[in-house]
Write a protein that binds this ligand. Structure first.
Ligand SMILES: NC(=O)c1ccc[n+]([C@@H]2O[C@H](COP(=O)([O-])OP(=O)(O)OC[C@H]3O[C@@H](n4cnc5c(N)ncnc54)[C@H](O)[C@@H]3O)[C@@H](O)[C@H]2O)c1
Length: 464
């Protein structure tokens, strides 16, 4: 194996373990590129882990195989990503034939574990999209497979990489408000982004584990990383009160719906050529309807979620997730022994310029968008003092600028020491998904759920 590729793989293993990176030189040459196979050629697989990698890193990596159960989408994906590698509807055949160095998993959440485990078993490193998985049994299977394989698993937690979230981490690491004792964390999805989850597979628990897992895994990962401790117990409430069976009417799909003119949620997919090519043109293969009715009776996830999370270091967190807010944004407050930190993003009443919510959703989802820089603020209020305002440069596109930084870290500069420990491995994947899994179990049982009962990971006061 040539030096550049060996260096890359060694760096991958360091990423997964989020250990300190040596400052040794790291450079690829053109003779041997990192061989990547990808399974799941949907929107995320074709854009962020597909076209963007080809556009930005073709000198150091190459796609050797693409796989999806939908042959039409697969053919479209190969052309969209701009590669000429073979395509496969049979995942095992892809692994056998292409023998990749790195497998990227971007399928429906409930299927991640199957591909992760097979990839590890045949000796690949694996990079999976969040959430790592959707229940505790699959989480344990993944942990066991990774330990047996000696290979490494990276979880693509992009939110950690946004400068705003990193600044919060820095303030907490520096004990700016002493020891943190409690947190209020509230996330608001607007009627575009929030609603989009109810139009497709995310609306079914057995596909995405509910938004407790699919969406909130991002938020729980931030909490675990910011607080640098493991969750120990979760108590939660949740209901479905807005979408699904609560709708005043329902139709087959937005395109043909007789309620188009009086449905506030009507979504005209025909105006988006990319979605037409990716999904609508390939409906005949698998019946995946991208503009499905969000008032379908079958929807069984929650649209209102609230939890209390206790951490091993005794921090208590009040968390909520709303899916039909008039605006998209979030608020967090950390109470500490020496003061309080307040942070929030995109709350319209705090903005200096007005934001159109539909346009904002479109820009966030368009992962090739030009990054528009501005400043966002964090309030640091020490006890017995006036408050200070910390300004952080911020980008709107690509999850607050996190997407690009995550890629650069993995593919461009994995050897550079990261004082904030932003790279995430299997333990981080499990410990974030497990809070959502515990929340679901708590709602079902009406009782608090102990994290230690769910996998063989014992929560520790200082996160490992
Ligand atoms: N980190 C982020 O910010 C972020 C953003 C978007 C999506 N994601 C994650 O990316 C993943 C994909 O999401 P998406 O929005 O692209 O979904 P999508 O529905 O557009 O794509 C999923 C693809 O997986 C394919 N698929 C499903 N089951 C399969 C199987 N058994 N074998 C092979 N292919 C299969 C589908 O045909 C589809 O093409 C999800 O896990 C999601 O949570 C992460």
């Amino acid at each position: 194996m040539d030096t550049s590729r060996r260096n890359f793989l060694a760096s991958i293993s360091m990423l997964a373990a989020y250990s300190a990176f040596p400052l040794s030189s790291f450079s690829f040459n053109n003779s041997k590129k990192l061989r990547i196979a990808l399974v799941g050629t949907g929107i995320r697989g074709t854009s962020f882990w597909g076209k963007r990698l080809v556009d930005a890193y073709s000198d150091i990596l190459e796609f050797v195989g693409l796989c999806d159960i939908n042959l039409g989408r697969l053919k479209y994906a190969r052309a969209y990503i701009g590669v000429s590698c073979p395509i496969f509807v049979d995942f095992d055949a892809m692994l056998k034939k292409t023998k990749p160095d790195l497998l990227i998993v971007t399928t429906t959440d409930v299927t991640h574990h199957r591909f992760i485990i097979k990839g590890l078993e045949i000796g690949c490193d694996v990079l999976t999209e969040k959430p790592l998985t959707t229940d505790e049994f699959k989480a344990q299977e993944i942990l066991t497979a990774e330990r047996k394989s000696g290979k490494n698993l990276i979880v693509g937690f992009n939110y950690r990489w946004s400068p705003y979230n990193t600044k919060i981490k820095a303030l907490l690491m520096n004990q700016t408000i002493g020891k943190v004792t409690s947190v209020d964390f509230h996330w608001y999805l607007n009627t575009y982004h929030g609603a989009s989850y109810f139009r497709r597979w995310h609306g079914l628990k057995d596909k995405g584990g509910s938004l407790w897992v699919h969406k909130a895994t991002h938020h729980f990962d931030l909490l675990n990383w910011w607080l640098d401790s493991d969750p120990s117990e979760v108590f939660a409430y949740g209901s479905l009160e807005h979408y699904g069976k609560n709708g005043p009417f329902r139709g087959d799909r937005c395109r043909t719906c007789e309620h188009k003119s009086n449905c506030d949620y009507h979504f005209d997919i025909t105006k988006d050529q990319r979605l037409m090519d990716l999904y609508v043109a390939n409906e005949t293969y698998d019946g995946y309807i991208r503009d499905n009715c969000l008032f379908r009776e079958e929807i069984d996830i929650y649209d209102k979620m609230s939890a209390q999370i206790k951490y091993a270091n005794n921090v208590t967190v009040n968390y909520s997730l709303t899916t039909y807010s008039p605006f998209e944004g979030w608020r967090i407050a950390f109470n500490g022994t020496e003061g309080r930190i307040e942070a929030s993003l995109d709350i319209p009443y705090n903005q200096k310029t007005r934001i159109d919510q539909a346009e904002m959703h479109a820009r966030e989802m368009e992962q090739q968008a030009i990054e528009e820089a501005n400043f966002e603020e964090i309030i640091v209020h020490k006890l017995w003092n006036d408050f200070d305002t910390v300004q952080v440069p911020f980008q709107k596109a690509g999850h607050g600028g996190g997407d690009k930084r995550l890629h650069d870290k993995i593919f461009k500069s994995p050897e550079v020491d990261d004082e904030y420990g932003r790279a995430a491995g299997s333990r981080d994947g499990v410990m974030s998904a497990i809070i959502g899994i515990a929340a679901r179990k708590s709602i079902e049982s009406g009782k608090p759920v102990k994290i230690e009962a769910l996998t063989d990971i014992t929560p520790t006061v200082n996160r490992k």
